[in-house]
Design a protein around this ligand. Sequence first.
Ligand code: PEP
Length: 255
Amino acid sequence: MRKKIIAANWKMNMTQGESEAFITTFVREIGDFDAVEIVLVPPFTSIPKVSELLTQTQNIKLGAQNMYWERSGAFTGEISPAMLRELFVRYVVLGHSERRALFGETDEIINRKMLAAYEQVLRPILCIGETLPQRERGEVESVLRQQLHGSLAKVDAKELHETVIAYEPVWAIGTGKTASAAQAQEAHAFIRKTLGEISDKATAEKVRIQYGGSVKPDNARELLSQPDIDGALVGGASLDPRSFAQIVQAGAPNE
Ligand code: PEP
């Protein structure tokens, strides 16, 4: 059984004060709910505050939105994996479509970051997904295959097991358009099959694959009940603690 993992990608939102207010309300809403692994992914400047506040909880983990692959040095504006570890960050989102489109990140760059993350015992949340023109040209599988092979080069089975894949169709991010549960399940099954080819079938069965793209309280349950959807990466709806709590609770296994 793969435990579901639901992460809040706050992007360039949430000051320290806003993060504190969020956590107060969110913790009140979810209590000690731990049927799902919960990860908050604040911007860098709020990580120390969120890290400190999360020491008072058992069931919420901390993630970062990006990092550089070098340990230290003349890389103005960058943050190293060790700097994140020092703040008790466990997960790092890599290859988000906004980083690919706005900041020129390639699969090769993402791969270097993945390998550096494992070295510092950080678990990558690797984002992949096709654009609308790619979907319309029937290229979904070839795009996903290429992103997986490129980003996961030289990643061994143990590291892959620790990795979370986030399938995020670019046309569904921040647009209010969600992939249907059937479309998402089809892509997730393809991703799992490809992971089996890259590594081995048993490892692929253990990897958690999140869906991301306009997940909201009213569509979360249907998406999360698909056999190969093991969680969600939530942008817009994760900025509201009550909405995010409802999405997290929709991930609880059915009795
Ligand atoms: C995201 O940025 O990872 C995302 C899925 O955003 P949204 O939920 O706003 O579509």
